[in-house]
Design a protein around this ligand. Structure first.
Ligand code: ADE
Length: 222
């Protein structure tokens, strides 16, 4: 898979791309991630990328020209263009699975003070990572990229994500490691029993119980 990210702040991706699972996935050539500076596509002599809003109002608005030129330069018939915006569809695990099967994602990071409405016409999909406002789409694009890349075949073992929270709309069951008794807090007997069927049953029950207690809204989700 290839992921192209369009941003005004490419350095915000430096650490993101060089640490942990993402960096290993890149090294193993399971994904290619390119970060492009939208400013490099500006045809303005001063490389301006934003301007005052028509009709007045505060803040500067990202112009269409550099974003259109960047997307048109990178786009192929395999591309899915995603715009990060708090006005987008709420990003969930199911969407992460769908995106992990795509060949090419182009992710546009929205501008903190707004972008020209016509930029929306470039996007196949608008995504929000939650009901709060970030200073820009950069962190949001990293959240989406991280959750998608870990699902690409070979990045982590299938077992590691089959039991993730949100699979089948259930939260994850509790897990424990050594010691079996830590300051009087004991690991549930069943997990020490070696009885695989009972362990599986207990985990399923715990998942359902947790979801009912903490996120009952998930149980009705599609
Ligand atoms: N840009 C600013 N806030 C955002 C959010 N919550 N999700 C996606 N993009 C954003």
């Amino acid at each position: 898979m290839k992921i192209d990210i369009l941003t005004l702040f490419p350095h915000m991706f430096d650490n993101f791309l060089t640490e942990s699972i993402i960096s290993r996935a890149i090294d193993k050539k399971l994904v290619t991630i390119n970060v492009y500076n939208i400013r490099d596509y500006s045809t303005d002599p001063h490389k301006r990328v934003d301007d005052y809003p028509f009709g007045g109002g505060s803040g500067m608005v990202l112009m269409p020209q550099p974003v259109f030129d960047a997307v048109n330069d990178l786009k192929t018939s395999d591309s899915l263009v995603i715009l990060m915006t708090p006005q987008g569809e709420l990003f969930k695990q199911k969407k992460a699975y769908e995106l992990s099967l795509k060949k090419h994602l182009i992710i546009i990071c929205g501008h903190y003070e707004g972008f020209d409405e016509r930029i929306r016409t470039l996007a196949d999909l608008e995504l929000s990572i939650g009901d709060y406002i970030l200073t820009g789409g950069e962190l949001a694009s990293q959240v989406v990229t991280d959750s998608v890349v870990r699902l690409i075949d070979g990045v982590i073992t299938k077992d590691s994500h089959l039991n993730d929270s949100f699979n089948n709309n259930l939260l994850d069951y509790p897990v424990y490691t050594r010691p079996s008794d830590y300051q009087g807090m004991k690991v549930p007997e069943v997990l020490l029993s070696g009885h695989h069927k009972n362990i599986e049953k207990w985990r399923k029950e715990q998942s359902i119980k947790r979801t009912k207690e903490r996120r009952p809204d998930l149980l009705g989700d599609d």
